[in-house]
Design a protein around this ligand. Structure first.
Ligand code: HSE
Length: 309
């Protein structure tokens, strides 16, 4: 393969109870990236649209990943890439992760598909470190594997792909305020009560059981975060209004997407998703804060090849 264009999905990390260990991929929102083999070695970004990101190969999450992979694989070619951001960085929808994961996937195709998905997650985690200072796997793993993923262990890295109940739908609102992941991590407590830990890990177990059993009631009961959300919601204007509106209109659960400010709701079926979409819209209009709002299926495939030759 000498050229490919991919779609790399947005992702919702944490999924309420699973801080840094759960995530899922979004079907309709994401980035498009192209990768072209060049005879001369090295990596070059030739175009970025949709966001202001660095063209510096070492500073951009995507190019940094491609460069690392070409060096590690001792490639005798270079790569030119373009990035078309489908949504804004700093949204809580895994923007840098979509770029880093897309880059790992694209470079691997040009290298002849030599790396496993797990190894691609490791490369993409390096991109996350370049972009935001920490090697977090929940967003990049969800983008690469698709569907829901559990980061069962960070060291050694172990990822479990979880099933996606067919009728599950996402509604997400992105208020146009900036929440930096670094800041959203700094507000978190360093220690938690054993009592709270018990509640939280029981909910993680419940959510995963619910996904396997197609048990929407169990999924709903388990979409609860008593550890991270109370601290982070203060960074998101009108978080409680949105969450209450979503739950009152029939959402299975609602919470902060990744480190925010996007607020996500999970719903059973298209009709419920449409009701929740309207209720969230009502709850945010006239608040003086611009926002985008979308409904999507869960992406079970991960990164998709749109064109290649
Ligand atoms: N799990 C991460 C967090 C996602 O919530 O901080 C953002 O990278």
């Amino acid at each position: 393969m000498n050229y490919l264009k991919v779609f790399s999905p947005a992702t919702v990390a944490n999924v309420s109870c699973g801080f840094d260990s759960l995530g899922f991929a979004v079907d309709t929102v994401g980035d498009e990236m192209t990768f072209t083999k060049t005879a001369s070695k090295g990596v070059k970004i030739t175009n970025i649209t949709g966001a202001k990101l660095s063209y510096n190969v070492d500073e951009n999450a995507a190019s940094a990943v491609v460069q690392k992979m070409l060096i590690e694989a001792k490639a005798d070619f270079g790569v030119e890439l373009t990035i078309s951001k489908g949504y804004s960085p700093g949204s809580g929808l895994g923007s840098s992760a979509a770029s880093a994961a897309g880059a790992a996937f694209g470079a691997n195709q040009l290298l002849g598909n030599i790396y496993s998905e797990l190894k691609l997650v490791k490369f993409a985690m390096y991109g996350e470190e370049v972009a935001c200072g920490s090697q977090i796997a929940d967003n990049v793993a969800a983008a690469i594997y698709g569907g829901f993923v559990l980061i069962r262990s960070y060291d050694p890295l172990e990822i479990v792909k979880l099933p996606v109940p067919k009728e599950l739908r996402l509604v997400a609102i992105h208020p146009q305020v900036e929440v930096k992941t670094k800041d959203a991590r700094e507000v978190l407590p360093k220690q938690i009560d054993l009592k709270d830990a018990i509640t939280q890990w029981a909910n993680v177990g419940g959510l995963i059981s619910g996904l396997y059993a197609n048990d929407y009631k169990l999924i709903s009961n388990s979409l609860v975060d008593i550890i991270v959300e109370p601290y982070r919601k203060k960074l998101i204007p009108y978080f409680d209004n949105v969450k209450n509106a979503a739950l009152k209109s029939g959402a299975l659960g609602a919470g902060i997407s990744g480190s925010g400010p996007t607020i996500f709701a999970l719903c059973k079926g298209d009709k419920s998703a449409s009701d929740v979409h309207s209720a969230i819209n009502e709850s945010y209009k006239n608040k003086g804060i611009e926002y985008t709002l979308f409904t999507s299926k869960i992406n079970n495939q991960g990164i998709k090849i749109l064109e290649s030759n």
